[in-house]
Ligand binder design. Structure first.
Ligand code: IMP
Length: 180
């Protein structure tokens, strides 16, 4: 099993890039079927989502658009309850089919806050797509995740865009924190 050291902590390979590409293809197929002729707009949540967004969009067989917002909720390895919106929504989403794109849902606090905000924008529909989901960490019981790539254990992960204090985003696979 391959291990990497990121910011002095050891991580073990959990998903290879090939595993992730399979997951992304399945998500893209479902979304392409569900949104035929609807020209959805993806609202991708920076920073971590940039790799997933690039791969997912290239697997879609439908027309679509993408826009980015930037939020910060994580401090080191801890999710915080205060979500800072660093770059806001800069497109008109009224009457649009919106799909929020997120790398990982952990407590669900970020998504819950975003959904609350987007519900006021008169969108034609609103769905959430995330690559990874930690069901055991969820604090927002009412949050509906429409497209989930893979459920994972409640352990900190890096790679494929996900960071540990900004390091590790460049790794092709996803690596899980080694707990001794
Ligand atoms: P939530 O609000 O607790 O659901 O956290 C969502 C955000 O926290 C994600 O967009 C990630 O940026 C970050 N995050 C959650 N879990 C991890 C992890 O295991 N590794 C890296 N970042 C994470």
């Amino acid at each position: 099993m391959q291990t990497v050291t990121v910011n002095g902590k050891e991580f073990i390979e959990y998903l290879t890039n090939e595993d992730i590409q399979e997951i992304v293809k399945k998500l893209a197929k479902r979304i392409s079927n569900d949104y035929k002729g609807k020209n959805p707009i993806f609202l991708a949540v920076l920073n971590g989502v940039y790799v997933f967004a690039a791969d997912l969009l290239r697997e879609l067989s439908i027309n679509c658009e993408i826009s980015f917002i930037k939020v910060r909720s994580y401090d080191g390895m801890q999710s915080s309850n205060t979500i800072k919106q660093l770059i806001g929504i800069d497109v008109d989403l009224s009457n649009r089919h919106v799909i929020i794109l997120e790398d990982i849902v952990d407590t669900g606090n970020t998504m819950q806050q975003l959904v609350k905000q987007l519900c006021q924008l008169n969108t034609a529909s609103l769905k959430i797509c995330c690559l990874l989901f930690k069901p055991d960490a969820l604090q927002q019981a009412n949050l509906v995740l429409d497209y989930v790539g893979k459920n994972i254990p409640d352990k900190f992960v890096v790679g494929y865009g996900l960071d540990f204090d900004e390091a590790g985003r460049h790794l092709g696979g996803v690596y899980q924190l080694k707990i001794d």
